[in-house]
Design a protein around this ligand. Sequence first.
Ligand code: COA
Length: 169
Amino acid sequence: MHIAVYPGSFDPVTNGHLDIIERASKLCDKLIVAVLDNPSKMPMFTVEERVKHLELILKDKPDIEVRSFSGLLVDFAKSVGSNIVVRGLRGVTDFSYEFQMALTNRSLDSDIETLFISADTQYLFFSSSQVKEIALFGGNIDNMVPRIIKDEIYKKVVKTQGMQKSGGI
Ligand code: COA
């Protein structure tokens, strides 16, 4: 059975990530979407919230599982019986970073293979940070994230702005 791991921060998951998830899941028997628990990145959503978002969005996909992980990706992959890491490529800028990461992972574990999937053209230009920034300034993120994520982002934005007004931050 081919198990692949698609790791990322998913803070928040975007339509670009979901496109990669959908396409990657067709190439393996089971896809594990692995959410990195890395508090030093100061995420908008906790790892539990990010896992919950993905689980809700992917609830009708029995071949896709959502897990959180911390530490090295190669260790996590091994722990779930996988040696395939999936990454999306949005262009040449992603490539140099991703290539370095793929080589690093192989130097840590020579069994690990990285499978690159080119992002669909409609998702080439945005990232999770941009989605959050656009929402913060009242812009339209309808085409960038699923409805449920849009609602969750706006809840956080309203909460943050309320705390700023009351001098909480
Ligand atoms: N569509 C839209 N956006 C995309 C995208 C796509 N297809 N693919 C990537 N992105 C964006 C994300 O939105 C994110 O944007 P942001 O920087 O604005 O938040 C950015 O690209 C980074 O993407 P992500 O896939 O979340 O990767 P990451 O860099 O946050 O995490 C890990 C990469 C988790 C794979 C890596 O850090 C890791 O393996 N960590 C574990 C420690 C380890 O093993 N280290 C050694 C190996 S380097």
